[in-house]
Design a protein around this ligand. Structure first.
Ligand code: 5AD
Ligand code: SF4
Ligand code: FES
Length: 371
């Protein structure tokens, strides 16, 4: 088929006011070169028009791998006794913040496994306050499910963005990916997202692609979920196996494993075309599957990259999945590497800017009920 008619078909489907999962599935399956090229150029146009061809860096500090949860897909799950558990000292986090500031990254992401102890919560609040008192950095937290009161304390300490992936928008699938022990509830996840939104955070969410039992229809559902909940930031990444988890060597795949990266790219493109002015990350997991995974993400509409600032000696202990890139590099090596890679794509780097998603400001100016 001609590119012009593919383009016409895609835009026809996506502009329907009653867009449904079944309408999106055929686009998620478009695998010919012409179809991929067309999706890519539509996504690039939407990126240029809505957020510009600028990539923002968020320095990622993985500050603790202690986790109370047992997600079936993740290498940091509590049941994986082979993990060497650590928590960074405050000084280590502050030096990562200093690096981000010196290299003119606008923002920092502090991520850890899920821990609800008072000591941990106090630590996070204290570190956020220290960083804010020293540097003009935007701070994103990615610290899992917490009480509304804790989220409020995080916000009052100076964090203004929060990442909490829904993982999947299907309650049934959520049940298959997590133990049914009362600690892994889909409803809790939705409640957390609602609290974060009420408190005033910029909200990041997202899902994985190619996890056992997941279908194309489920991914189409994730896209609609992210649109309906009005998320401001998206993190979408391919699932990658880890030998210390129950999902290692699963036979329950309905999306072929060799398709994971391409389906992730098509998902990113659809999010960019449909949701327009959100921030979308080109995730590290894409890089784990393909040498040019993140560059491809940028070419399909992503506009955020999270250079790893975790001290090099700790990186090998923060393996959500295996084959994670950059385990032997340090922050300045990754910095130089990424600058070169982004130059190849042809985007500019938004040095020294927080790079908030325009979507957030549009949303808070027209509050509407969600979910
Ligand atoms: N492969 C890819 N992504 C994973 N995550 C957890 N485990 C894996 C895996 N095996 C993702 C989850 C989580 C984020 C921090 O990492 O989506 O929200
Ligand atoms: Fe813990 Fe997050 Fe991994 Fe689940 S995905 S086991 S909550 S670190
Ligand atoms: Fe770390 Fe390329 S981003 S070495």
């Amino acid at each position: 088929m001609e590119k012009e008619s593919i383009r016409h078909d895609i835009m026809n489907i996506l502009s329907s006011p009653s867009l449904k999962k079944e309408d999106i599935v055929p686009i998620l399956k478009m695998d010919s070169k012409e179809e991929m090229d067309t999706l890519q150029s539509l996504a690039m146009e939407a990126k240029r028009e809505n957020v510009g061809r600028v990539v923002y860096f968020r320095g990622l500090v993985e500050f603790s791998n202690v986790c109370r949860k047992n997600c079936f897909y993740c290498g940091l799950r509590k049941g994986n006794k082979a993990v060497n558990r650590f928590r960074l000292h405050e000084e280590e986090i502050l030096s990562a913040a200093a690096f981000a500031h010196e290299n003119r990254y606008g923002s920092l992401v502090l991520q850890s496994g899920e821990n609800q102890s008072e000591e941990y919560i106090d630590f996070v609040c204290k570190v956020v306050r220290r960083i804010k008192s020293r540097y003009d950095l935007g701070i994103t937290l990615s610290c899992g499910e917490q009480s509304e009161d804790t989220y409020r304390r995080f916000f009052e300490s100076g964090a203004h963005r929060y990442l909490l992936r829904v993982e999947t928008s299907s309650p049934e699938l959520y049940g298959k990916w997590h133990p049914s022990d009362g600690k892994h509830r889909f409803e809790t996840r939705l409640d957390c997202l609602r609290s974060l939104k009420d408190i005033g955070f910029q909200i990041g969410s997202g899902s994985m692609v190619g996890v056992p039992y997941q279908t194309y229809g489920d991914i189409a559902g994730d896209i609609l979920f992210l649109r309906n909940m009005e998320a401001d930031m998206m993190g979408i990444g391919p699932f990658i196996e880890h030998s210390g988890t129950p999902f290692y060597r699963s036979e329950a795949y309905s999306i072929p494993q060799e398709e994971r990266l391409n389906v992730t790219l098509r998902t990113i493109a659809l999010l960019r075309i449909l949701l327009k002015d959100v921030n979308i990350a080109a995730t590290t997991a894409m890089q784990a599957l393909d040498k040019f995974g993140r560059e491809k993400g940028l070419m399909f509409g992503a506009n955020v990259i999270m250079p790893n600032l975790t001290p090099a000696i700790r990186r090998k202990d923060y393996l959500l999945y295996e084959n994670k890139p950059c385990l032997d590099e340090d922050a300045s090596q990754c910095n130089n590497c990424l600058e070169a890679r982004i130059a190849c794509v042809g985007d500019a780097i938004g040095y020294g800017k927080w790079g908030d998603p325009p979507h957030f400001f549009r949303r808070v100016n027209s509050p509407s009920f969600w979910l």
